[in-house]
Design a protein around this ligand. Structure first.
Ligand code: BTN
Length: 255
């Protein structure tokens, strides 16, 4: 009933009415040799995981909660590029399947009207130079109304329905996300990251604007000048010129 138009992605589709987290289901499946391109979808998650050990609210039937198992022939250090690739697939699917205008906030939050509507969590099992598997988790808020978000998220989070006024069935969106993902992944494997980077930047949120960057070690302000060939954020300051940032929390200034 998924009606996928993909060649290899989602040939093995695992559906759960409820899961703690599709990431856990995916890790278990991958450890038991689930094939490259296996997709796990849940109607609800009771322990949805966000980045930085945050909770991801995954209300039943209100969004897309899904994890993709990949076995990419790339170095562990390149896995970040898969996250940016996933963000472009999500942005494409939203732009095509809804009237909303998505933007990608580095590295991988999908914003609509300055509020977050989707997030991506990439986890990896690797040793030295070899990836055993990568799990790309996608959480997309589709049909939430305001009250379905916890109080603390009202300023920051949104759903496609809240921004467009229209309820969207999730299956066509899943089809589109997986189709765009497969296309981007195949392109990445043949042509490298460069076309993905161009796509990413076409959706890039606030490129050319001032940002505040919090890394593990310090906090500083810079101009966000785009993404590097390896997926790093490019931050420009007078003192340091252009720096590459691999892991940070980024804040934007509201004018
Ligand atoms: C973020 O913090 O922005 C990332 C959120 C990722 C949420 C998705 S929902 C499907 C998959 N299962 C999880 O528990 N998390 C990811």
């Amino acid at each position: 009933h998924w009606g996928l138009k993909t060649n290899w992605l989602g040939k093995n589709m695992i559906h759960k009415t409820t899961a703690t987290s599709t990431q856990y289901v995916a890790h278990d499946a991958a450890r038991e040799n689930a094939e490259h391109g296996t997709v796990i979808v849940a109607d609800e998650q009771t322990k949805g995981k966000g980045r930085m050990a945050r909770v991801w609210h995954s209300t039943k039937h209100k969004g897309i909660w899904m994890s993709i198992i990949l076995r990419p022939p790339i170095l562990p250090a390149a896995a970040t590029q898969l996250t940016l690739l996933t963000a472009t697939a999500l942005a494409n699917a939203i732009a095509e399947g809804t009237t909303a205008t998505p933007a990608i906030k580095w590295p991988n939050d999908i914003m609509i009207n300055d509020k977050k509507t989707a997030g991506i969590l990439t986890e990896m099992q690797a040793e030295q130079d070899r990836i055993h598997y990568v799990i790309v988790g996608i959480g997309l808020n589709v049909n939430h109304t305001r009250i379905e978000f916890p109080e603390g998220l009202h300023q920051k989070a949104t759903s496609i329905k809240l921004e467009t006024g229209i309820e969207h069935p999730t299956v066509p969106l899943i089809q589109q996300i997986l189709q765009y993902f497969e296309h981007a992944y195949d392109q990445y494997m043949t042509a490298g990251f460069s076309p993905i980077k161009t796509k990413w930047e076409s959706y890039g949120y606030k490129i050319g604007e001032k940002i505040r960057i919090r890394t593990k070690h310090n906090v500083f302000e810079a101009i966000f000048s785009g993404v590097a060939e390896d997926g790093a954020l490019l931050a420009e300051t007078e003192a340091e010129g252009v720096q590459k940032i691999y892991s940070a929390e980024v804040e934007w200034f509201h004018e």
